[in-house]
Each structure stands twice: as C-alpha cells, then as structure tokens.
Design a protein around this ligand. Structure first.
Ligand code: BGC
Length: 441
C-alpha cells in the first residue's frame, strides 16, 4: 500500500475520532453540567440523548450531500460543524445553548459516520480496503478512550467546558487535513471529471494495471444510470438496502452501547463499589475496545469479513450468556464478580474486531456507486435509531426484565446476527468495490 493512501485514510478517520470522542465525553461531563445548570432528571437525560437526535438528522442529510457536492467537501463541512458545536457547547451560557451545541455536534457525528467510511472505502485499493475502513473504527475507539481519559483528568476541577471544548483540536486537524486531501476518484468519475479522477486513481492504486482495472469497473458500474430513491425499485439495490439497514441495526441491538455508555453503572451492579474504581474500570473497557480493533485491521483482508464476524459474534454470545448467569446468582461477590467483569471485557473485545468495524465496512461496500451515498445514509440512520432505542431503554429493560434476562436478550440477538450474516451477507474480501454483488447474478 502507498503511504499516501494511509495518510488520506488517517485524515478521514479523524471523523471517527470525533464520533467516538463526542459520544463518549458526555458520560463524565454530565455530572458537572447537572450541578451547574441545576438540571432535573428529564433535562439531564435530554442533554445526553439530544446528540443522538442530531446524529439521525446528520446521517439523513449526509448521503445526498455527499452525492451532490462530493465526499471530500462533505467531510470538510462535517469538520466545520464539529468545530461550531464544540465551541457553542463549551461556551454555553445556559442549558438551551448547550442543548443546541450538542445537537449541532450530533449533526457532525451523523455526517462523518456516513461520509468517512464511504470516502475511505472509495479511495482504498481493494486489497487493503478492510484494514483502512477498520482504521476508521479504530479512530472511534481512540476517541472514546480519549474522552474517558479527558473526563478523568478534568473531573477534579469539574471543568466540563474543557471536556466538551477539547474536541476543537481534532476538528481543526480534520478541517485543515481535508483541504489538502483528494476527492474520491469514484465520485469524480460519477460527475464526469475523468482526467482528475484518473490522476487520483494513479496516486492511490497499487500499480498502473490496478488503476486501469479500477477505472474499467467504475465505468461499467456507472452505466446503470439510476438516480435517487427511484433506484430502489431495482430488486438487487433493495436487497442491498435490506442488508445494510439490518446490519446497522444489529450492530446496535446486540447491546454494545450499554457497556460503552453505562459501563460504570454495570460495574457497580457487578460489585465494584466506588465510583472512581468503576470509572477506572471503564477506561480498561476503552483500552480493550481500542486494542482489539487492531485484530480486525490485521485480519479483515486476510481472513475475510464473514469469518471474523462469526468468531466475534460467538464470543459476544458466550460473554453475554455468562454475564447473565453471573447476574442470576443471588449474591454477586468474589469470583462471580470477577467472572462478570471478565465477561464484559470479552464481550467488548469480541465486538471490537467484528461487528464494530465490519458493519461500517460492509455498508460502505455493498451499494453500487450511483446510490452509494444514499444507501449508506439510510443504513446509518438505522444505526443511530437503534443506538437511541438501546440507550434509552437499557435501564428500563433492567428494571422490567431483570439483569440476567436483559443480557440474554442481547445474547439471543447475537445468534440472530450470525444466522443473518450466514444467509444474507456476501464476502467482499479483496473484491473491487464495483464487483461486489449482494446476490448471485
Ligand atoms: C458503533 C458505536 C459504538 C462504537 C464502540 C461503533 O462501531 O457504531 O455505536 O459506540 O463502535 O466502539
């Protein structure tokens, strides 16, 4: 792989870093915001979830924008939105401005969750596409861990404005970086700027023959002139949409964000008494999440997407089942507590090399070029809606169903996901983007 491609992917992956940072940072900041603005429970919950509403709105707008003004500019706009949102929420004189700022941040996250993987996937040579899109997931996990650590550092001073404002730094790097990055060659061919497209392709392709092959298959795929929603009349494109939406939803309903967002609470249920210790345990979760993503980076193009999904989902299933069993015991002490904690780590670790990166990867791969932005947008909306539902109802589920059953529900959904992957998902390893088909021709 050329170092240039790696650079382009790294800059775009900053969109993922901001995604992770801005979703993670609120968990620590909320304690102090609640105090400063004297928030009741309802407003407190809304301050946390308003960002997810922004994500849904941003994801809805991003695909059409990426098809209209290009991937590069949309990612640049995402950077600017992140910047405005971070500044507004850090300087917020009152709760209303804070809510507005967090909503704007959400739009930025929604934008980058559609466009960053899409852009990376389109600039990557087929042989390393999996690794480079997994790099985006890696950046998400770096952002989440970074947020936990920044929260931890600023907590003694109660400095929530610094916690939220810190996102300015990666936003500026993203904006500055994207000014110099090339537009996706696929997008350039799509809008008829052939010579610029060829130029970019030559800079990123593995060798001259590769760039000729890629150009040929991109041109082939552009023969299907289908615009906007009308394209979904085509059964193959409808099937791709069904797979994309389902995968995006399954990534969430198997419960990852219960641990990412509510980790300290679950740790306390598992017997870690002090708040500080459980926040520290949460940084361990963040570290496992980050390190295990490297497994995907190394293996996703060698072993393929589906084998990693099978292994990861099986591990998640076993860990969740064990967690449920531990919580089903009358007293969770001593070794049971350790088993519960280990299960949580195993669960997160298995997600990190499978469902985490590979869902973003697959939904950036399965749509034909003419509808890629739109298809990714709709799938990503489903992802954020799923995220919203799980994080809104997790505590209610614990109350109504009890702890064991709640985790067993997520475990059962891992099995559903395995069956779904087996039946519906194509193996896309090393295929040129344009040659990927969701169903046998
Ligand atoms: C998911 C997020 C999750 C993160 C955890 C991402 O792939 O989309 O919802 O918080 O992984 O690392």
């Amino acid at each position: 792989m050329r170092p240039y491609v790696l650079l382009v992917a790294c800059v775009a992956a900053l969109g993922g870093l901001l995604f992770g940072y801005d979703t993670g940072v609120i968990s620590g900041a909320i304690l102090f915001i609640t105090k400063d603005f004297s928030l009741g429970t309802r407003l407190q919950e809304f301050t946390i979830s308003v960002v997810l509403i922004g994500c849904i709105a941003g994801a809805a707008a991003a695909g059409s924008l990426a098809d209209a003004i290009g991937r590069r500019l949309t990612l640049l706009v995402a950077g600017i939105i992140f910047l405005i949102g971070a500044l507004a929420s850090a300087a917020a004189p009152n709760e209303n401005v804070l809510l507005a700022g967090r909503f704007v941040v959400g739009i930025g996250i929604g934008f980058s969750s559609v466009v960053a993987p899409l852009y990376i996937s389109e600039v990557s040579p087929a042989a390393v596409r999996g690794a480079l899109v997994s790099l985006y997931q890696f950046a998400i996990t770096v952002g989440i861990l970074g947020a936990y650590l920044i929260d931890y550092a600023f907590a003694p001073a109660g400095a929530w404005r610094w916690m939220l404002g810190f996102a300015v730094v990666p936003s500026l790097i993203l904006i500055g970086g994207m000014i110099f990055m090339p537009e996706s060659p696929r997008y350039l061919f799509k809008i008829g700027h052939d010579s610029r497209a060829r130029d970019v392709l030559q800079r990123i392709a593995g060798g001259p023959q590769d760039s000729i092959d890629e150009e040929r298959s991109i041109r082939e795929s552009l023969k299907v002139k289908s615009a906007g929603f009308a394209a979904f009349k085509d059964p193959a494109i409808r099937l791709a949409l069904f797979i994309g939406v389902s995968l995006a939803l399954l990534q969430q309903v198997t419960g990852i964000n219960t641990v990412i967002y509510y980790g300290p609470q679950i740790f306390q249920m598992a017997g870690i008494a002090s708040a500080t210790a459980s926040i520290l345990a949460q940084t361990l979760v963040g570290t496992v999440n980050m390190l295990m993503t490297l497994v995907a980076i190394f293996f996703v193009d060698r072993l393929g997407r589906k084998p990693l999904l099978y292994v990861g989902l099986t591990g998640m299933f076993l860990a969740l089942t064990t967690l449920g069993i531990a919580f089903a015991q009358p007293h969770l002490s001593g070794s049971l507590g350790t088993i519960a904690l280990t299960s949580m780590m195993v669960y997160v670790g298995c997600f990190a090399f499978s469902l985490g990166p590979i869902v973003w990867l697959l939904i950036s791969e399965i749509f034909p070029l003419p509808v890629r932005g739109l298809g990714m947008s709709i799938s990503t909306i489903a992802n954020w809606v799923g995220n919203f539902l799980v994080s809104q109802f997790f505590l209610t589920m614990i109350q109504k169903l009890g702890r064991p059953l709640t985790f067993w529900v997520y475990a059962a959904l891992c099995i559903v996901t395995i069956v779904f992957v087996r039946a519906m998902v194509p193996e896309t390893k090393r295929e040129l983007l344009e040659e990927i088909r969701v169903a046998p021709a």
